[in-house]
Ligand binder design. Structure first.
Ligand code: ATP
Ligand code: MG
Length: 587
């Protein structure tokens, strides 16, 4: 058995961490003090882009590289000074079109430089912005544009032709479509009804006075991943930058000389909060790779770009594990000092794999689209307990509760319940688009209820049990899928695992597991029985899966989350529900 704790001593860190004394920093921390680290926009108020870009461009950070865009023909680096000028141009383009404060801008593009300009330039203009996954099909695009009353869409010529043109008349609020040519060296005429963004940018002034947005002005619209049902549109405000700054400091340990790589697409909240905003607030250099996951390519990027802090997701880590250790060892990474992961529970096996194969523990952290930023994390300030999400960050008050008829009741250590956060942190969502009732249902008194089940141990670490929707009720037991999946992952043949509850007349539900196997492993009856026996030994007969199916891969969302509801619907022959965010399913 592996030990249950990985010690992290402050002395063992190559760079002194920002966050070394958990208790002292939590006691000292206030959101007001964090807010004071950010600058007021000239004219007053708080603006994310002013803090992310202009502040550096007007100071000693002007010539630092903000982004290294790695993709193919259009590889380039952009300094803070250049980013300031280019985002001013974009803001001037919007202003020139009569698009003002409060008018929503949507972006549908791969991870090209214009996506980043559009997000930051819109924020400067006081226009809320919503990046969408480029792989979405026409329907999810139309639904989101309508939910967010999109007035402007920034996209590429080919995405416009293949997707947007079909639904354009169904989005009555949409006035302007700004198009980036697919090949900058060979621009074709822009499609009818659209405007050439490149030409507009070239003609626009690079001088712009950022709109003095109020801290609670709407800044970002982000749709949830759709793991449990139809995606919800979460509304975020400029003040969220305070959380982005604080969490960049405490959870990601960003230092000015860092080369940071957040692998998430901005179509998912992680790719905006941490792929754009947090690293810029800290003035660091971010790597942006437009290509999809590829194990060899990713190791090469980590090595060649000399990435120091890497923020990724369990699904990517599982794929790297699947690709085997040799590839990992072929690319030395002497500069890498912190790896963090978010999006799904990180199985203890993956944390150990990080130690053994990458030479670093992976720091799991927890948050949601609704929280806007990292809330609970493993940080350099304390030891890691593999399988735990870590502890609440400074400024975050978490608890475990049970819902009651007239509110919530806090539960003690070691008791499973719903994870709740004390409302009022700066990046808390301020509503669900078009769904105030659902928003209201997320709160009980002072607490925001997350919909996730967890448990706190006596040391204040939080342990994920499962989403409330995924918990399995079997013969009077409540079984959290994560515990079962983590045990399945211990089996040497298993690459990925997901479990569901399957209705059963005797016990309510039985646990059914689905696994995909590591490379070169053959699925057969002997292996099936061996995996089931392993689970029974580790979990006991009451909790272990009774059935196990092999799949080549598990269905997942574009943000990489396993869709248990889909496995369940398929198993039971029920309708699949909203699959707009499913990987490979929507284009
Ligand atoms: P939807 O709300 O549409 O079903 P979603 O909840 O997957 O989708 P996101 O906001 O992208 O949408 O994901 C947040 C959820 O992801 C969390 O509520 C939690 O269930 C899961 N999650 C994120 N990080 C972790 C983590 N470190 N450990 C366990 N679960 C996590
Ligand atoms: Mg959710």
């Amino acid at each position: 058995m592996r030990p249950s704790i990985i010690h992290q001593s402050a002395a063992g860190h190559r760079v002194p961490p920002n966050f070394a004394d958990y208790e002292a920093e939590r006691a000292r921390f206030t959101w007001a003090a964090a807010r004071a680290e950010l600058a007021e926009t000239p004219g007053g108020g708080l603006n994310i882009a002013h803090n992310a870009v202009t502040r550096h461009a007007r100071g000693p950070g002007r010539d630092r590289v903000a982004f290294r865009f790695l993709a193919g023909a259009d590889a380039r680096t952009v300094t803070y000074g250049e980013l300031d000028a280019d985002t001013n141009r974009f803001a001037n383009v919007l202003a020139g079109l009569g698009v003002g404060r409060g008018d929503a801008v949507f972006v549908l593009a791969g991870r090209i430089p214009e996506l980043y300009l559009a997000v930051l330039g819109s924020l400067k203009n006081g226009s809320p912005v919503s990046p969408l996954f480029a792989a979405f099909g026409p329907e999810p695009i139309a639904t989101r544009l309508n939910l967010g009353s999109g007035r402007v869409l920034v996209t590429t010529a080919s995405l416009y032709r293949t997707k947007v043109a079909k639904i354009r008349d169904r989005v009555p609020t949409l006035r302007h479509v700004l198009v980036v040519p697919d090949d900058p060296d060979d621009p074709e005429p822009t499609p009818p009804g659209t405007v050439d963004l490149t030409a507009l940018l070239a003609a626009a002034s690079d001088d712009f006075a950022t709109v003095p947005t109020a801290p609670d002005d709407l800044a970002l619209l982000h749709f949830t991943s759709g793991t449990t049902g139809t995606p919800k549109g979460a509304m975020h405000v400029h003040e969220a930058a305070v959380t982005h700054w604080a969490t960049g400091r405490y959870a990601l340990d960003l230092h000015p000389d860092d080369v940071f790589w957040c692998t998430a697409d901005p179509g998912w909240v992680t790719g905006t909060s941490y792929g754009i905003i947090a690293p810029l607030l800290h003035g660091v250099t971010s790597v942006v790779d437009a290509a999809d996951f590829d194990a060899g390519r990713w190791y090469r990027i980590l090595a060649e770009q000399r990435v120091t802090v890497w923020y990724t997701a369990p699904t990517a880590i599982r794929m790297l594990m699947k690709a085997g250790p040799d590839l990992a060892r072929a690319w030395p990474r002497p500069d890498l000092r912190l790896i963090a992961s978010v999006g799904e529970p990180l199985n203890p096996e993956a944390v150990w794999w990080g130690r053994d194969v990458l030479g670093l523990s992976i720091h799991d952290n927890w948050w949601q689209t609704e929280t806007g930023g990292i809330m609970i994390a493993n940080t350099p300030a304390f030891d890691i307990k593999p399988g735990s999400m870590g502890r609440p960050l400074p400024g975050v008050e978490a608890t475990i509760v049970r819902r009651t008829d007239d509110g919530v009741e806090p539960l003690g250590d070691g008791v499973e319940g719903e994870l709740a956060l004390r409302a009022g942190w700066p990046s808390m969502f301020r509503g669900y688009l078009n769904n105030p009732e659902r928003y209201a249902r997320c709160f009980a008194g002072d607490w925001y209820l997350t919909g996730d089940l967890a448990e706190r141990d006596a040391d204040g670490y939080y342990w994920f049990v499962g989403r409330a929707d995924d918990v399995i009720k079997s013969a009077g037991h409540l079984i959290g899928p994560f515990e079962v999946e983590s045990v399945l992952m211990e089996h040497p043949a298993v690459a990925e695992a997901a479990v569901i509850g399957k209705p059963d007349a005797m016990v309510g539900e039985i646990v059914k597991a689905f696994v995909s196997l590591k490379r070169d492993v053959v699925a057969d009856e002997t292996l099936r029985l061996d995996i089931l026996a392993h689970a029974r030994r580790r979990l006991g007969a009451a909790v272990a899966p009774k059935e196990l199916g092999f799949l080549d891969s598990l269905p997942r969302t574009r943000s990489g989350k396993i869709m248990r509801r889909l496995l369940k619907a398929r198993e039971l022959g029920l309708p699949e529900g909203d699959t707009s965010t499913m990987e490979g399913g929507a284009s």
